[in-house]
Design a protein around this ligand. Structure first.
Ligand code: HEC
Length: 186
């Protein structure tokens, strides 16, 4: 996320999070406005000195919201329950490994670089709400909130964010404070 002054500097307006682009199948991902702006910023930034880049990086760090998916926000047991639910309700379209979608209504991969490019800098609340309302495809709301949050824990676990001592809670307002970040490729 860029600070306001950086936005002015780059002239790209506000970088508020938007919904990820609709999934149009492999290789057909529409770019969201945010992604386009990120691209524009990347082009401009590539012309700047390494010193300026370091300064921008430091500012992004300070502007970061409170928590991220790297803070060990689910338990192994919870992810295990989510894994069973996933096999039953989700893997036919998203792939048992979350990375190899298949079938006539194949969904986007839910792990790896494509997932990260679609969800980076968005909150777990957004991921939870979209999943709860729309999945399984055409049958949103089929499961309970606790089952949906277990599924989110499974998705996080397959993405190797790391489990901890406390379960993710579907009712916690804190869900909106947990941001999906790509530490390997910030
Ligand atoms: C019948 C096939 C099908 C089933 C079953 C299914 N999905 Fe999906 N899923 C899709 C499709 C297609 C999309 C893309 C929808 C869109 O972009 O409008 C999608 C999108 C998603 C997304 C958003 C991904 C993104 O990057 O936008 C999540 C998360 C998700 N599914 C999770 C689940 C979970 C969890 C289950 C099981 C409860 C499930 N899906 C079951 C087909 C399916």
């Amino acid at each position: 996320m860029l600070s306001e002054s950086e936005n002015r500097l780059f002239g790209v307006g506000s970088l508020s999070p938007t919904a990820p682009a609709r999934w149009l199948g492999p290789g057909l991902v529409e770019m969201t406005h945010t992604e386009m702006k990120h691209k524009a910023v990347a082009v401009i930034v590539s012309g700047l000195s390494a010193l300026t880049l370091a300064a921008v990086g430091a500012q992004e760090e300070r502007a970061a919201p409170t928590g991220s998916v790297w803070d060990k926000v689910y338990t192994t047991e919870q992810a295990g329950r989510g894994g069973s639910l996933f096999a039953e309700h989700c893997s036919e379209c998203h792939g048992a490994d979350l990375r190899t979608p298949s079938g006539p209504a194949a969904g986007p991969p839910l792990a790896g670089p494509v997932f990260m490019s679609r969800w980076r800098d968005r909150s777990l609340e957004a991921l939870f709400e979209q999943t709860r309302q729309e999945m399984p495809l055409g049958r949103g709301g089929l499961l309970s909130d606790h089952e949906y949050i277990d599924l989110i824990a499974h998705i996080l676990d397959v993405n190797e964010f790391g489990a901890g001592p406390t379960e993710l809670d579907p009712n916690a307002p804190a869900l909106s404070e947990i941001v999906i970040r790509d530490e390997h490729n910030p």
